[in-house]
Write a protein that binds this ligand. Structure first.
Ligand code: F6P
Length: 344
């Protein structure tokens, strides 16, 4: 069947690189004389039939802009009764022959299910967390790593002046990718990630040994999803989002308090939070997002639905959506072993 109109949506947490992807999809589709409809606020926009026409003007100047011009939400079309039917009905009422869903595990998980129900969908992976399977990198990650690295560099100078321990809490959900890359790039003295339960005795020993060798300041990088051995995950709230995700945050303060008390060294805590998700994408993320967007349109034109674009090495490939979702991509332990060489 010839594709006469494509829809595009961005779902889940925003990240730098979404706008370059939207721009690439629109520019490539228009080159093929296929109009594009933007769906506002992820799956919510499809449920509510909230759309916007995307033309050359609407994507002009958005390449360096963070966030998403389409807006986003964490609405799950499978959660509320009746939403699934509305999603399907509106897709055909809007005369969308194909849909490109740009999202992380939750948005693409829904896309994968909808594809199995007969909808013509292609996925584009995005997340600062870099925790999506079947792709080496997602856009947004490189930008977040650069922001976190700059923050660690800045914490270094003040830590050194005041002879303090600086604990920095970094996003990434249940995977320690941002923390590991930023920790390596920023020269963290200890790196605590969700993949390895934290032993506070070990952490205190490393810091004490470091101070004994004359270094009277330390940088402790902790991923928000890191967990102390034999203790519960630290959460911001008991509430969960529509996809059942917990809201992480607070482990930095737990670690900072305990470290300060047990080592006797003055300690301060910085939580980087959403700063890691905002602002302009790096050149790497702009290029990756652009390549993903163009390939997503090509998949639509070739009728390769149920696929997600992905990066393997330096090649843009496509993988089944089903294979990409549901399995967390955790940190490569070979990388963590390298970071460990610099502990203490
Ligand atoms: O998935 C991206 C992410 O920024 C995570 O790193 C973080 O745990 C979460 O989203 C924060 O979610 P929210 O934007 O709902 O506070």
């Amino acid at each position: 069947m010839a594709i006469k109109r494509i829809g595009v949506l961005t779902g889940g947490g925003d990240c730098p690189g979404l706008n370059p992807t939207i721009r690439a999809i629109v520019r490539k589709a228009l080159k093929e004389n296929i109009p594009v409809t933007g769906i506002r606020n992820g799956w919510k926009g499809l449920i509510e039939k909230d759309t916007v026409r995307l033309d050359l003007n609407s994507v002009s100047g958005i390449l360096p802009k963070g966030g998403t011009i389409l807006g986003t939400s964490r609405t799950n079309p499978y959660k509320e009764k009746g939403d699934l039917e509305k999603t399907k009905k509106n897709l055909s009422a809007l005369k969308l022959d194909a849909l490109i869903a740009i999202g992380g595990d939750d948005t693409l998980g829904a896309a994968s299910k909808l594809f199995k129900e007969g909808l013509k969908i292609v996925g584009v992976p995005k997340t600062i967390d870099n925790d999506l399977s079947c792709t080496d990198f997602t856009f947004g990650f490189d930008t977040a790593v650069n922001i976190a690295t700059e923050a660690i560099d800045r914490l270094h100078t003040t830590a050194e002046s005041h002879h303090r321990i600086m604990v920095v809490e970094i996003m990434g959900r249940h995977a320690g990718w941002i923390a590991t890359y930023a920790g390596l790039a920023g020269g963290a003295d200890i790196l605590l990630i969700p993949e390895i339960p934290i032993d506070m005795n070990e952490v205190c020993d490393i810091i004490k040994t470091r101070h004994e060798r004359g270094k009277d300041f330390s940088i402790v990088v902790v991923a928000e999803g890191a967990k102390l051995k034999d203790r519960e995950l630290v959460l911001k709230t008991e509430k969960k989002d529509a996809f059942g995700n917990v809201l992480l945050g607070g482990i930095g303060h737990t670690i900072g308090k305990e470290l300060g008390e047990r080592t006797g060294f003055e300690t301060r805590v910085t939580v980087l939070g959403h700063i890691q998700r905002g602002g302009t994408p790096t050149a790497f993320d702009r290029v990756l997002a652009t390549r993903f967007g163009v390939r997503a349109v090509e998949l639509v034109l070739n009728g390769e639905f149920g696929q997600m674009v992905a990066l393997k090495g330096n090649e843009i490939v496509s993988v089944p959506l089903e294979a990409a979702v549901g399995t967390l991509k955790t940190v490569d332990m070979r990388l963590y072993e390298i970071a460990k060489i610099f502990f203490g």
